[in-house]
Ligand binder design. Sequence first.
Ligand code: C2E
Ligand code: CA
Ligand code: CA
Length: 441
Amino acid sequence: MASTLRDRRDDGHLGLVMFLDLDRFKIINDTLGHVVGDELLRQVSLRLLQCMNDGEMAARLSGDEFVVLLPRLSGDREAELAKAEALALHLLATLRKAYDLHGQRISVTPSIGYTLFPLADEDVGDVLRNADTAMYQAKMKGRAQVCGYEPAMQAQMAWRLEMEQALRRAHLERQLDVHFQPQLDQDGRIIGAEALMRWEHPEQGWVSPEVFIGIAEESDLIVELESWLLDHCCALLARLPETVLPRLAVNISVRHFTQPGFVESVMAVVERHGVVPSRLVIELTESIMIDGLGEAVERMQALKAFGVQLALDDFGTGFSSLMYLKCLPLDELKIDRSFVGQLDTDASDAAIVQTVLAMAQHLGIDVVAEGVENAAQLGFLASRGCRRFQGFHFHRPMPVAAFVRLLGEPAALRGVVSGQPAAGPQPQGDEGEVAGIPAQP
Ligand code: C2E
Ligand code: CA
Ligand code: CA
């Protein structure tokens, strides 16, 4: 194949290289065994080969990686790019159809990256690397995606790799931190807090968790980071009596949640610290259902049986199927801050929030409104029956010392109820006024 790539340079024709990588093949291999895994790879190869025409090649590169080579295309770059995308989508559709593996029906999807060549005067290694980079970008877009190579991707890859290494170092050198954002009830009492990870890069300063969590999620680094955070939070819960801090919520990513042994690892850390399990809240997003409900529900039920509480985070931004709410063993639902932020200006957001509150009430699920930034939003939510709030209107996320101070100062809590400024760091530009919460009509 490499020689075909080498021979095709400089004759005016284009070629196409495509990389395919099976999504989460490792999990199939680990849970169903290597015999099933090998059979799956064999059937994937067969389907790929059946899609090839004369002069086109498909081969298994390694593990669950496949490569497709179309060495002789026309010289019309635009037309060939469109055809390449169509082929990628066709392969995706072909490979994602269910497989019959020794009587079991299994579905798997590939992530597909492709590049035309030559782009400039790159060598064989560059062409393969470009296809691999595009494949990686396809993975980043979420699973079951196709992606064509663009030169800017190379720089972005290098940056992400550098950030990942820096993040790994920061974790090893214990430079990561956790901030806590209080959650309050309708009387202004602190009923819990959400733990949010923080990272200060030595040169780049504070990196947004949306960025570094995304980078950590590309590898098992996220598992290490969140395990550390879980441990940290359980230690804090053990230190603070339940009357002072009833509960603490941690965010768990899909990658971590779907790890073999995740449920057991949560149980172990809770028990090690001797914490009442119901004081720990695990925040999950709708993406845990990406592979169907079955396995996610099983895990959630196991956690629930143990006593841990479960919250569905960012509600309204993902699949948002109301059906999920009925199937999932949830204690709590967090209305995404994008809806709360528009409550006063967007009538449809207000209607959504109202519907979610009514429905959750009906299902016996508590609702936390996230991103409450002003008294008007708070008033709307409270008058529709919302009983839990989190947002800059009350407190920004704060370092542990400030958080513990806040918990230890009853005056600060009274301030929330009586309309006096609360203690703890306040948002810039915010006067620190904390309005009382209106009673339910
Ligand atoms: P999230 O889980 O939705 O967390 C709430 C985010 O909303 C936090 O942003 C918080 O600072 C912000 N926020 C709170 N109140 C307000 C408000 O009134 N207005 C506005 N505009 N924003 C508010 P942060 O800390 O930047 O975290 C962003 C996201 O990063 C989190 O969103 C979460 O998805 C992720 N994240 C943070 N730590 C972890 C972690 O340990 N694991 C995982 N998987 N994700 C994490
Ligand atoms: Ca969250
Ligand atoms: Ca959220």
